[in-house]
Design a protein around this ligand. Structure first.
Ligand SMILES: [Zn+2]
Length: 170
């Protein structure tokens, strides 16, 4: 008997371990992704992982952690919590960007990033309009200068995390 779509074993896109110490931490609105290391402009920060699903499936569970793999029938569903890259929030004033390398998506530094900074990238105009709901609902630092994303970890927290050596792994 043919298996239903949902019973099929999913193809896992397991991200390469990041070269940087990254932590997911509560920010002004939900979790954000922070770096404990200095990251130079142009460096790959973290690969976007998840399950490989078909574009057809992706349309059914439309969510915010989807990356359409160019020139294929597949999409990356980045919902799993082990996909640390999913904690990088949207910002209209980003310090990172999502770049394709073949069939891999990497969050890369578009400027020099300092230890303790939140890693944020622009999710694109469609997401901004349809999911965020435009300027008045956007939580980025540009639209919420006082407490928008692109916050910083406190010195104290950085030490705590550095000691634990929380690394992106499993
Ligand atoms: Zn914004």
């Amino acid at each position: 008997m043919p298996k239903k779509e949902s019973q099929k074993k999913k193809v896992v896109i397991r991200p390469e371990p990041s070269k940087f110490h990254l932590v997911a931490k509560r920010s002004s609105s939900g979790l954000g992704l922070y770096t404990l290391d200095k990251i130079k402009k142009g460096r790959k920060i973290i690969q976007y992982g998840g399950y490989r699903i078909t574009d057809e499936e992706a349309e059914k569970h439309y969510g915010k952690y989807l990356f359409d793999i160019i020139d294929t029938k597949y999409t990356i569903d980045g919902t799993p919590r082990w996909n640390l890259a999913r904690y990088a929030n949207h910002s209209c004033r980003p310090n990172a960007e999502a770049i394709w390398y073949g069939q891999e998506v990497w969050v890369c530094a578009r400027k020099n990033i300092l230890p303790g900074e939140e890693i944020v990238y622009d999710y694109g105009t469609e997401y901004f309009r349809d999911i965020i709901g435009g300027v008045k609902n956007c939580r980025c630092v540009k639209h919420h200068p006082a407490h928008g994303h692109l916050g910083k970890l406190m010195e104290k927290e950085m030490k705590k995390f550095a000691q634990k050596k929380v690394v992106n792994s499993k």
